[in-house]
Design a protein around this ligand. Structure first.
Ligand code: SF4
Length: 344
């Protein structure tokens, strides 16, 4: 029997679905509350919808949530979780606690097609897109209270934009997870038509993975630059009528000698001064035997200083979870071999 999956559905779809089963549509919000906020894996856990309706529901639908199958804890407190879809597509999720801020970094695809040079995920190919239900499941089904959600794990959001936009709506809607829109960030290499849709159809924050302010240098690391030049995305962000104060950020992974010179900082300042777009400076994690290594912290701090004194908001992100290869966007697509198996 083909059963409907509640996780990934919106309020209107559930109202119509329940209506088709002869169940009063007024129960829709309660059903979504139990799935999205309480994370139920069986409708039997619901205690405020009449039993006769729950029986009909159980025959025709499933909540559609699943627990991670493995986890690995870093010495700094971050935790990597391994999920798998019904079709066996592995994807990773990272929990990053930092004081009161508790961020979850979710995947939007199993693997990635973008092939960025500094990324372990990109080196391991692509298995398929995750559904919106599978994206939000990663937020709901890890055992932590979450304050911030970033789509910065495996996969390129711009390459799965329908499901990413649907997931953004579920994460922020009152009938969904009700996360404030300022707490949800989508990180992209800048798939231009998808960024346009993110701007028009969501209110989430957007991070552009830049790497270099020079297109020809960026191209050597981010092949997507050939098809979607970053300049087009930056123009869209600059021209956006940002009345609701969405946060736009440029992520800049710093590699010694390659993109951390004075020439780079001057061009970054030229591109970003006066735009309100912030810069997030990130340490580089070598993914294999490459010679490249991260810029020194002193260089990163100097970069930050120069940006800030030019009126550009900037921050340096700490290296997290290096012992478990858990940095967002650099999740090693390693198998669950050697990863602690969880009790289901
Ligand atoms: S950095 Fe992001 S877009 Fe690039 S290969 Fe890795 S997961 Fe894909």
């Amino acid at each position: 029997m083909n059963q409907e999956t509640v996780a990934g559905s919106d309020l209107k779809e559930i109202e119509e679905f329940l209506g088709g089963l002869g169940i009063d549509g007024r129960h829709s919000r309660r059903l979504l509350y139990w799935v999205y906020r309480r994370g139920i894996r069986s409708f039997e856990e619901i205690n405020d919808i009449p039993l006769k309706f729950l029986r009909v529901l159980s025959e025709n639908a499933v909540p559609g949530l699943s627990l991670p199958i493995a986890s690995e804890v870093s010495s700094d407190g971050s935790v990597k979780y391994l999920f798998t879809t019904k079709n066996g597509m592995a994807h990773e999720t990272v929990f990053l606690p930092d004081g009161k801020r508790r961020t979850v970094c979710v995947s939007v695809q199993s693997g990635c097609r973008m092939g960025c040079r500094f990324c372990a995920t990109g080196k391991n190919g692509w298995n398929g897109n995750l559904t919106a239900g599978e994206i939000v499941n990663q937020v709901i089904s890890i055992p932590h209270e979450i304050t911030h959600i970033v789509m910065m794990g495996m996969g390129e959001p711009g390459d799965n934009i329908d499901e990413v936009i649907r997931a953004c709506r579920i994460l922020t809607a009152g009938w969904g997870l009700a996360a404030g829109r300022s707490r949800v960030t989508v990180s992209t290499v800048g798939v231009t038509p998808s960024v346009r849709r993110l701007l028009d159809e969501t209110e989430c924050n957007i991070t552009l993975s830049l790497h270099s302010p020079f297109p020809e240098e960026r191209l050597t690391v981010i092949p997507a630059e050939a098809r979607w030049p970053f300049a087009a995305t930056l123009d869209m962000l600059k021209q956006y009528d940002n009345r609701i104060k969405r946060r736009f950020t440029v992520a800049y992974v710093m590699i010694e000698g390659r993109n951390d010179t004075q020439r780079h900082i001057e061009e970054l300042k030229r591109l970003l001064a006066g735009t309100g777009i912030r810069v997030n400076l990130l340490p580089y994690h070598p993914v294999d035997e490459e010679d490249d290594r991260s810029s020194d912290m002193s260089v990163m701090m100097q970069f930050k200083h120069e940006l800030v004194t030019s009126g550009i908001g900037a921050s340096v992100r700490k290296s997290r979870g290096t012992d478990i290869a858990a940095a967002c966007g650099m999740l090693a697509a390693k198998s669950s071999h050697g990863v602690k198996k969880m009790n289901k």
